[in-house]
Design a protein around this ligand. Structure first.
Ligand code: ASP
Ligand code: MG
Length: 460
């Protein structure tokens, strides 16, 4: 099995974490010794990107000394991790490289601070330093421990457009480069070590994919190299059946579908954002979430089909602090064009609507962004009666099997007998059911549903 293994910021936060990475990659390779070595993608060490963003802000405010001090501190942190992991001439070489990279950045930062301007292109050069530095250290640490690893400059591989801080990949060009630069290394038995998050335009101008973009990088490289599995190593066991701040005993979701992941990500569930794994979805490559502190845990697998039938729900999610808006047509029946006019108001004030339910005379919607609520209400009142109810919450149950097992809906409603439900909606995809209730009831509701679908049943 050919795999790509991506390690997030906390998984490479210091020398101990990097040692864990090396052990994990070694084990992976040993388990698949007949295949090509894994490809490793790393984030910046934790908090480094935040510090670099801060540097850019300070430079923009002409705070030269504060801005350059951060660069000095970051170099110190990287050198100290390097010194723990690497020795001898390899360390001298690594130190010289890191020092020259950070010093060059220091010169740039000084110039930007003097000009009081950090262009979007400059901000990307600045932020790229985190992944460049972490990947160089990890590659050297691998070699120090006898793993045949090769540092690869991701800017030579990931070809993007010039949309700085939100660059999109050119998949054809990147595939060509990945085959030429990365696949040749794995074919020669080397572990390529690359920074996530960063790329460059076809003419070589540094770009970044946006915050959290290393997952996206891993999916892009995985798709271009046609791997069998994309592993996302992080600091949690995987995806849970519910947010542990809301439900006391959530359990691990062993497997879910790309579509379920989309529904859940929308509610802020701790899962990969679907847009970041789109290249994997397009090529139908499974994505596995794993914990670098507990590599023995099986983690969560995201695939096209998920778990299939025969299970109960996949997970629960909730979104708190939403507002319900009830809109009743001023005429007796809903007039032709009423819905269009209604949604145009939300569009005009750039407010997304989450849940929508309708009856013959009224429409109810929920919004979580109330910044333009007064404007929205005033405009709706031109043609409808409007009332609002703040402090509401959305609870969502998600599972592919909601399609096939109609009894699940009844079980959910039954479990919520003691909770007054304000709106209920099941979308056409039928892989989720949404309940809107008072925010005060949400903890109870989530726990009731969790007990019903994931609780250990007496006698079971
Ligand atoms: N280092 C980048 C960030 O913190 C990218 C990533 O970690 O995925 O946003
Ligand atoms: Mg991250």
């Amino acid at each position: 099995m050919n795999v790509i293994m991506k390690f997030g910021g906390t998984s490479v936060q210091d020398a101990d974490a990097m040692n864990r990475v090396i052990a994990i990659v070694r084990n992976q390779w040993a388990a698949n010794s007949t295949d090509r070595p894994p490809v490793v993608v790393v984030s910046a060490m934790s908090k480094v990107t935040d510090r670099l963003v801060e540097t850019g802000r300070l430079a923009g405010e002409r705070q030269t000394s504060q801005a350059t001090q951060i660069i000095v501190d970051l170099l110190t942190r990287h050198l100290s991790v390097a010194a723990t992991l690497v020795q001898g001439p390899a360390l001298d070489e690594l130190n010289a490289q890191l020092t020259s990279d950070f010093n060059a950045l220091q010169v740039d930062v000084t110039a930007w601070a003097e000009a009081g301007e950090v262009t979007p292109a400059a901000a990307d050069v600045l932020q790229a330093m985190g992944e460049l530095a972490s990947s160089r250290i990890v590659a050297a640490a691998f070699r120090q421990q006898g793993v045949n690893a090769a540092w690869v400059d991701s800017r030579q591989v990931l070809v993007t457009d010039a949309e700085f801080s939100a660059a999109l990949p050119d998949m054809d060009a990147t595939t060509e480069r990945a085959q030429a630069v990365v696949a040749t290394k794995t074919a020669a038995g080397q572990v390529p070590v690359m920074g996530g998050f960063i790329g460059a335009t076809a003419t070589g101008v540094t770009t970044t994919l946006g915050r959290g973009g290393s997952d996206y990088s891993a999916a892009i490289f995985g798709a271009c190299l046609d791997v069998d599995e994309i592993q996302i190593w992080t600091d949690v066991d995987g995806m849970l059946t519910a947010d542990p701040r809301v439900v006391s005993t959530p359990v691990l979701v062993p497997e879910l579908s790309f579509d379920e992941a989309s529904e859940l990500a929308y509610f802020g569930a701790k899962v990969l954002h679907p847009s970041t794994i789109l290249p994997a979805v397009a090529k139908n490559i499974p994505v596995r979430i794993l914990n670098s502190r507990r590599p023995e845990v099986k983690g969560t697998m995201i695939t096209a089909k998920g778990r299939g039938n025969g299970h109960t729900l996949t997970a629960l999610a909730c979104k708190r602090g939403v507002t319900v808006i009830d809109i009743t047509s001023s005429r007796m029946l809903m007039a032709f064009g009423f819905l269009r006019r209604l949604f145009e108001v939300f569009e005009r004030f750039r407010t997304p609507v989450d849940v929508v339910t309708t009856s013959e005379v009224s429409v109810s919607v929920t919004v979580d962004n109330t910044r333009r609520l007064d404007d929205i209400i005033r405009n709706l009142r031109n043609f409808a009666e409007v009332s609002t109810e703040p402090n509401m919450a959305i609870v969502c149950i998600v599972g592919e099997n909601l399609r096939s097992d109609p009894a699940l809906f009844g079980r959910a409603v039954n479990a919520l007998q003691s909770v007054p439900l304000r709106l209920v909606s099941q979308a056409g995809s039928r892989r989720n059911i949404t309940f809107v209730m008072r925010d005060d009831d949400v903890i109870a509701a989530m726990n009731l549903l969790h007990d019903e679908f994931f609780g250990v049943k007496v006698g079971a």
